[in-house]
Design a protein around this ligand. Structure first.
Ligand code: B12
Length: 445
């Protein structure tokens, strides 16, 4: 069959601007996995990446030129409006095209799409096993039920992600990482229970974290290195380091196979404090930066968030990273329900003390499917009335009763970086600038 996969992520990124289509943008791993299985089954797959369009006016022409029988749209909560607008345009262009909505938002908020006449099927959960069967049914004239739930695959048995689906080049998360930079997922799910996320992740990926075997993951990296090149790597998993044995084996093979390329991944403060030796080994094998969910400098708030870490661990973990020379990308939130001004300032002081290479603040945003989202609804606290407000950037107010003027001022203090960090970032930017000019023109995908 002729399938088009549509990535509607223009809420954050916007359409192409200034008459230039973006050359760099990250790929969507969910769509790339789907593309890989569908191609393996013999389907023809194309991508409609809305970020590459100059505006909505281009979409009908693209649909007419591809002439897909099915369009699969992936939807994060913030991109809901762009996704349903795309579905409407697709149906107006050709009402015979079947539209399937999948991804995080349809998996968690099926009811918001149930009555939408432009969405034929709502796909919940993972797609690799079930979506091809749905297409087979459609091709054979058997109509699937409107709501479909995907079976969870054994990750070692599915094809590698299709790294050629997206035409953009992935740009490094921070300038000092060299291109070709690639993103990868080694597993799915998260064993922790933070209330700002769970049980959403469990309901999509199950309660048990599944990871590729290290051997299979290395096979994927080797293939990537040989086909598009690999000079730095970001592993997207929610918490890669939760499985210490997996990481140890990974380090062993990663260095043995001669990679030693800088990589970054996410971590938690408690794991760093409990396993400093692991992080020393990671640094030796190329770990360049850790994205750490510090979340708050207030113990009461960490408990309220069910984070399972302590403020003391936050400080200690930062100290360990500093000693090992691992840059810190610090994720933290302000404006949670019940948070006091003093607690906000505890977070500000923590970040000022940690002095991360990248301070990454968010205004707490209740996201569907999480217990804290339900709490906000129950207590009538949510100010979110448009899907686009699900973006977590510290811009728009999210929670009733929170003094956002105060938060903005508090935030200004956390992003005032010390001179040493500013200088390091400037040098990194200069290095990247030189690299871009030299290499990007010759970079073929
Ligand atoms: C990597 C990542 C990113 C990366 C890259 C995103 C990308 N383009 O892939 C970056 C850093 C850019 C990012 C940004 C954001 N992210 Co993010 N991100 C993730 C993360 C950690 C991994 C995503 C992933 O690759 N998963 C693995 C793949 C295989 O799973 P998948 O994409 O869900 O796809 C499978 C199924 O869902 C399904 N499926 C998906 N699409 C479709 C479509 C069809 C047709 C079908 C049939 C099936 C199907 O099949 C796929 C294969 O089995 C997830 C957490 C997580 N564990 O998933 C958060 C997550 C998706 N992000 C989240 C958020 C909130 C954001 C931001 C909004 C944050 C912000 N800045 O405000 C932005 C928005 C980005 C945008 N749309 O513009 C939330 C989404 C919550 C929600 N309800 O929408 C998550 C769930 C984190 C969380 N627990 O809160 N993110």
């Amino acid at each position: 069959m002729k399938i088009a996969l549509l990535y509607p992520a223009v809420t954050n990124d916007g359409f192409a601007v200034n008459d230039i289509r973006p050359k760099t943008a990250w790929m969507h791993h969910g769509l790339c996995y789907i593309s890989a299985v569908l191609k393996k089954e013999g389907h023809s797959v194309s991508l409609i990446d809305l970020r590459q369009l100059f505006g909505w006016h281009e979409l009908p022409g693209i649909i007419k030129s591809i002439k897909p029988e099915v369009v699969g749209i992936t939807i994060m909560s913030l991109d809901f409006d762009a996704a349903v607008r795309s579905a409407k345009i697709i149906k107006e262009t050709d009402k015979n095209i079947k539209v399937v909505a999948g991804g995080v938002h349809p998996s968690l908020m099926e009811s918001e799409l149930a009555d939408n006449p432009d969405i034929d099927y709502i796909f919940k959960g993972e797609a690799e096993i079930t979506f091809p069967k749905v297409l087979e049914d459609m091709a054979g004239g058997r109509l699937p039920t409107k709501v479909i739930t995907g079976e969870r695959p054994d990750l070692d048995t599915i094809p590698f992600v299709d790294r050629f689906l997206f035409k953009t080049i992935e740009a490094p998360v921070v300038p000092y990482l060299k291109m070709p930079f690639i993103t990868a997922t080694a597993g799915r799910g998260c064993m922790y229970n933070c209330n700002f996320c769970q049980p959403a992740e469990r309901s999509i990926f199950g309660s048990k974290v599944r990871r590729l075997s290290v051997e299979r993951f290395m096979e994927e990296l080797t293939l990537t290195k040989d086909s598009i090149g690999l000079n730095s790597l970001m592993i997207h998993d929610d918490c890669l380091v939760e499985d210490v044995k997996w990481v140890e084996r990974f380090l062993h093979l990663y260095t043995k196979d001669g990679f030693r390329k800088p990589f970054v991944c996410q971590a938690r403060a408690d794991i760093i404090v409990k396993n400093p030796g692991l992080f020393k080994d990671m640094k030796r094998s190329g770990l360049a930066m850790l994205l750490i969910g510090f979340e708050s400098g207030s113990q009461r708030m960490l408990n309220f968030l069910r984070k399972g870490t302590t403020v003391e661990q936050n400080y200690k973990a930062a100290g360990i990273c500093k000693r090992l020379g691992i840059r810190i990308f610090a994720n933290f939130m302000l404006g949670m329900p019940t948070e006091t001004r003093e607690e906000v300032m505890e977070t500000v002081n923590m970040i000022k003390t940690i002095k991360p290479y990248v301070p990454s603040p968010t205004f707490y945003t209740p996201t569907p499917g999480s217990d804290l989202f339900d709490y906000c609804i129950k207590h009538d606290l949510s100010l979110i009335d448009k899907h686009e407000d699900y973006k977590r950037n510290p811009t728009a107010p999210k929670i009733k009763g929170v003094d956002y003027e105060f938060l903005r001022k508090a935030l200004e203090e956390t992003v005032k970086l010390p001179l040493s960090v500013k200088a390091a970032r400037k040098i990194d930017r200069l290095k990247l600038g030189r690299f871009n000019k030299k290499k990007i023109k010759n970079y073929k995908i």
